[in-house]
Write a protein that binds this ligand. Sequence first.
Ligand code: FE
Length: 196
Amino acid sequence: MASEQTTYGPVTEQVLRLFAKSGDSQYGGEAVSQLEHALQAAQLAEMSDASSSLIAAALLHDVGHLMHGLHDDAPEHGVDDLHEELAARWLSTRFGPSVVEPVRLHVAAKRYLCAVESEYMDSLSAPSRLSLQLQGGPMSDAEIGEFRGNLHYEAAIRLRRWDDMAKTRGLVTPPIEHFASHVERATRNRSMESDR
Ligand code: FE
């Protein structure tokens, strides 16, 4: 794997270490590892001309899975692992809202899409449909209104769609080092964003 001779800030280095340490674990019930899933999501974001912050969000949307002690098949045991909250907490000390909020809302975006797009729920993978029930099922009208009130809800929906697609076994993606520059830029954007 070609590694670029670039020095990154402490947050980017931490991200690279986290995936090096835990990225090989399976992405709950799916055919890809956590690292493959993250890279596929980031690649889809990049191909969609997303901002560096949203590419970083795509790469990091499941860091909660890399950190918590639950097994990857937690939904099969009736447990909602709340990984989006764990990820948002970890990210909020390192990035601004344009990274944190789409990640925090990416499960809500699934509940939203299930409520507003009838085809969407049918398109979900079996593990994703199983976890939907634990996450509260499709949103109510009141929840839909509240969700749309968040400044970052459209970014969360984009992230959600990449998340859903990022499950292709054996797909070739750039290595994580390719996305490090986006992570680095996203950490620098933090100082330009107001807190929430
Ligand atoms: Fe995911």
